[in-house]
Design a protein around this ligand. Structure first.
Ligand code: ZN
Length: 500
């Protein structure tokens, strides 16, 4: 249950945070206030009040001193949230005095609040969410079994920290079997009592017993250390070789090595041999699973019940059944995992081949993991991959790079072209939409220059403009004797200006 995200989202909408920020900014900009001061004022005026409001709502009982009594917006927001906070009754207190912790620790107590929140979402016109937790995936996931879980849930004995964890393991598995044996030189990589399993496949986790810090903590430390290219000094910039080398790696290349399309087709072919599965999935897709209307939800549950066996048999048979020699989906999943590793290695090898082992890679710092309508971009994952393979990398701030015109260096690129809506299900509401990839420069000097050549606007491909701007940032950094003097008008230290 993602209780906290939904609660915060509803509060932000009720307090109109986004619009208020924009209004304050607009008003102050018209008065000619410095952008840095505007940022501070917005933080005090809007962000901090919203924070206080969230604090007040999430304490038990509601901390009225944090709520300003004179603001109509906040009073309305408080009243709208009343059903949610009232659903806890009067005597409730939260574990660790935090609603967010409590919602994870004992979700049952928050059930009514969750339903009320879903209702509020409906009245506010936000996209609905499933407030009744149901199994979503037909695949079984891997679960971790360590010595504590083993004792409490499988062996039904008391777990104690004083007993060697392997003593518990001994009771269920043969520790002399090959997978549990110590590995690497001096037998330092050992099984310490934890496995992961989905009831068919098993992963045995082993630990280097001579190392104190765990692998994840070293990676996390490295994350903090990612340096920006603007942090380098002039000497370091001058030491860079400037021969241009072309290298192209696209999503299509990645898909090819990962064979994603092939696997998708295999799955589709398996389904088409089995029309009942198709039908069942279609029926479930037609019924709203997040509705709060009793009748609609009842119908959804009914359909789910009717189709459950078909889907469970199909996915269960191809992943789990020991009578089935095929294990098709299981095979695909394992192969996909290997292909991912293989694709990564190929990328690293070709990078090393093209640029040499001591090359420095400069990556954009923007990332939108799991963002709606975005193809997932590899942000932090790619950075870690490069680090793991001992390649050096620097970040570059992408802020505004696709808004700045590469020829006149002003934030003047605007969307303009109307195209058919690329999202089919939205076409009935909005048949036309603005094209994202094609921009035009609206700066007067640029337009005058174009008019001499018989055109009205200079057009730019968004990605090309962003790339050119990043190159211009790097060139500027290399040529500046003292970058700070040019940088003073930028809101952040890491934002050198483009062009000029
Ligand atoms: Zn321009």
């Amino acid at each position: 249950m993602r209780f906290s995200q939904h609660l915060r989202q509803s509060i932000n909408v009720l307090l109109n945070v986004k619009q208020r920020k924009a209004e304050v900014k607009q008003a102050l900009l018209e008065q000619g206030v410095d952008p840095k001061i505007i940022e501070d004022l917005i933080f005090q005026d809007v962000t901090q009040t919203a924070k206080n409001f969230k604090m007040a709502i999430t304490t038990r009982p509601t901390n009225m001193t944090l709520l300003p009594q004179n603001s109509q917006v906040e009073i309305n927001a408080y009243n709208a949230l009343r059903p949610v906070s009232d659903s806890y009754g009067t005597s409730n207190s939260f574990k660790k005095r935090s609603i967010y912790y409590d919602a994870k620790a004992q979700p049952v107590n928050h059930f009514m609040a969750f339903v009320q929140l879903a209702r509020l979402f409906e009245t506010l016109g936000l996209s609905p969410f499933r407030c009744f937790p149901l199994r979503r995936s037909w695949f079984l996931g891997y679960v971790q079994i360590d010595s504590k879980i083993l004792c409490q849930n499988i062996l039904n004995i008391r777990w104690s920290n004083n007993i060697d964890k392997l003593d518990y393991g001994k009771q269920v598995v043969d520790l002399n079997a090959k997978p549990f044996k110590a590995q690497k030189e001096n037998k330092l990589l050992r099984f310490c009592g934890t496995i992961q399993t989905d009831s068919v496949g098993v992963t045995v986790l082993k630990k280097r017993i001579d190392r104190q810090s765990s692998y994840t903590s070293t990676i996390k430390e490295a994350d903090k250390k990612f340096k920006y290219i603007s942090d380098l000094n002039t000497e370091e910039h001058k030491a860079v070789n400037e021969t241009p080398i072309k290298f192209r790696y696209t999503k299509q290349d990645q898909d090819k090595t990962r064979k994603s399309k092939k696997y998708r087709n295999i799955l589709q072919a398996m389904k088409s041999n089995n029309p009942a599965v198709y039908q069942a999935e279609n029926v479930l897709a037609e019924n709203q699973s997040s509705s709060l209307e009793m009748e609609v939800y009842r119908r959804f549950l009914e359909r789910l019940g009717q189709n459950y066996t078909v889907l469970d048999n199909f996915y269960g048979y191809t992943t789990m059944s020991s009578q089935n020699p095929q294990f098709m989906l299981r095979k695909l999943r394992l192969a996909a995992y290997f292909n991912k590793q293989r694709a990564d290695m190929q990328l690293i090898n070709s990078l090393k081949q093209k640029f040499g082992k001591d090359a420095i890679f400069v990556l954009g710092n923007w990332s939108a993991p799991n963002a709606l309508y975005h193809e997932p971009t590899r942000g932090i994952g790619l950075r870690r991959l490069l680090l793991r393979n001992h390649l050096s990398l620097l970040l570059i701030d992408e802020f505004n790079t696709s808004r700045c015109c590469p020829s006149c260096h002003i934030l003047s690129l605007k969307k303009f072209k109307q195209i058919d809506n690329p999202r089919p299900y939205q076409r009935s509401n909005y048949s036309l939409t603005l094209c994202h990839g094609l921009l035009r420069c609206t700066n007067q000097t640029c337009m005058t220059k174009m008019q001499t050549q018989g055109f009205q606007y200079k057009l730019w491909n968004r990605d090309l403009a962003a790339c050119l701007n990043m190159i211009s940032i790097i060139l500027n950094l290399r040529n500046w004797s003292n970058p700070r003097t040019i940088c003073t008008s930028c809101p952040l230290k890491k934002r050198p200006q483009m062009g000029k």
